[in-house]
Design a binder for this molecule. Structure first.
Ligand code: IMP
Length: 424
């Protein structure tokens, strides 16, 4: 049996949580392979809404839920989510956390905010959850890992070593208060007592599950265009959301993955700064933001809506090896008479390309070439499968399939688990 990856095909917020939850019903193990509490996954089951920042969305379905080594973990956020789930009567017993995942420490959060402030107009617009500084320490080999929670002496030593440097940065560069060693140690020791039972060799666990013929679903956070290597750098996150990273971020070989489901909204949104060729003009943008409730799950910030960008989606299909697409929030477009779709980019020299520019300056200066297509202007509530879609909505889905050479197997028409159309 091999693994399926679910990956965001745009700038995040594609509605992956809901698709993961749906596919988790037929899976035995669900794992997250990158990111931390910068994610905001919403799952609605039986009228109840669950919002996760740190936990894999699969936990709602009661399946073995793994936080892989590629993740960064904020224990405060994680424990808050576990408490919330328990209070709502759900079991948190199926959680397993990789000992190799890195911990988000209080200085990571302080430095994330301070560095954004210092960048001023050039700021990235991060979620200020400490993601960049935590991954930077991982790469610099001075991070503190989940397994360090297993040994109080090592934990104290590592916090002391880190603070010796971080406090200098905080005080001298950013003029902020330093952190006290004893305070941080006692806070993290308390986290350790609660988190220890969940720490496991998750790479082995997933391998054994695959060997036993179990179905494994690997859930990406953020999206392709926020990928550290392939996204719109520097306006990206500090990990690799692309499907290839699922292998390293969970600890399995790439040959164990045979399906990649790309999740894309029927339009596009982006949070934070950065170029956005297909951004909608006002007042249409505001209308879509309202209909789609496009406000950040983590930060509450307004998302910037844009027309479906086939150039960026083609890039996502290529980078991730997407084998099928889930198109979410098609119902949001029902409000519009006429739709536009970005089919090519026009570069500063006047030439047009169907491919995502490889260089930042081309992307920053390109314009979207938009084609107008008919809207359907009717509710999709009564549709039970893809063949029930109104003709113009079906044509919209087929346009995507033709342009990308990939089938759209799932279409989202509302927030609840049941509101996903399949071919059947
Ligand atoms: P960071 O991941 O907090 O460092 O933020 C870096 C960039 O990624 C910012 O533009 C954020 O708005 C964006 N970002 C991070 N996580 C998400 C997400 O889950 N959805 C959408 N954008 C995100």
């Amino acid at each position: 049996m091999s693994a399926t990856v679910i990956v965001g095909a745009q700038w995040g917020d594609e509605g992956k949580g809901k698709i993961v939850d749906l596919l988790a019903q037929q899976s035995d193990v669900v794992g997250r392979y990158q990111g931390g509490p910068n994610a905001g996954h919403t799952v609605i089951v039986g009228g109840e809404t669950f919002k996760f920042r740190q936990l894999p969305s699969g936990i709602v379905s009661g399946k073995l839920s793994v936080l892989g080594n590629g993740c960064v973990v904020d224990p405060e956020v994680l424990l808050g989510e576990l408490d919330d789930l328990e209070a709502r009567g759900l079991s948190v017993e199926p959680l397993r956390i990789s000992g190799n995942a890195h911990l988000i420490m209080p200085w990571h959060i302080a430095l994330d905010g301070a560095s954004e402030k210092r960048l001023g107009k050039l700021q990235i617009g991060t979620t200020r959850r400490g993601i960049g500084p935590a991954y930077a320490d991982k790469a610099a080999r001075i991070g503190i890992r989940v397994q360090d929670l297993l040994d109080a002496k090592i934990l104290r030593q590592k916090i002391e070593t880190a603070l010796a440097e971080k406090n200098v940065w905080l005080e001298r560069v950013y003029e902020l208060e330093p952190f006290g060693l004893d305070d941080v140690v006692s806070t993290y020791e308390a986290y350790a007592r609660r988190l220890r039972p969940y720490v496991a060799d998750t790479s082995l666990l997933v391998d054994e599950a695959l060997a036993a013929g179990k179905r494994v679903l690997l859930e990406g956070a953020q999206g392709t265009l926020l990928d550290l290597d392939h996204g719109t750098y520097p306006f990206v996150t500090s990990s690799n959301p692309v499907a290839g990273a699922a292998a390293t971020g969970i600890g399995i070989g790439p040959t164990r993955i045979d399906e990649v489901v790309g999740v894309a909204k029927a339009y596009v949104t982006r949070v934070g700064a950065g170029p956005f060729p297909s951004e909608m003009e006002e007042p249409i943008g505001a209308e879509v933001r309202e209909h789609g409730q496009e406000y950040g799950t983590v930060t509450g910030r307004e998302r910037r809506p844009g027309w479906l960008d086939l150039v960026a989606l083609r890039y996502a299909v290529r980078l991730n090896g997407i084998t099928s697409l889930a198109l979410t929030k098609l119902d949001v477009l029902s409000a519009l008479e006429e739709l536009r779709v970005c089919v090519r980019y026009r570069l500063p020299d006047g030439s047009e390309t169907p491919n995502f520019p490889a260089h930042q300056s081309d992307f920053h200066h390109c314009e979207a070439v938009l084609e107008t297509v008919d809207g359907w202007n009717e509710s999709l509530d009564a549709c039970a499968s893809l063949s029930d879609l109104p003709p113009a909505a079906r044509a919209y889905v087929e346009l995507v399939e033709r342009a990308l050479g990939v089938g759209v197997d799932l279409v989202g028409t509302g927030a609840a688990r049941e509101q996903v159309l399949t071919r059947a």
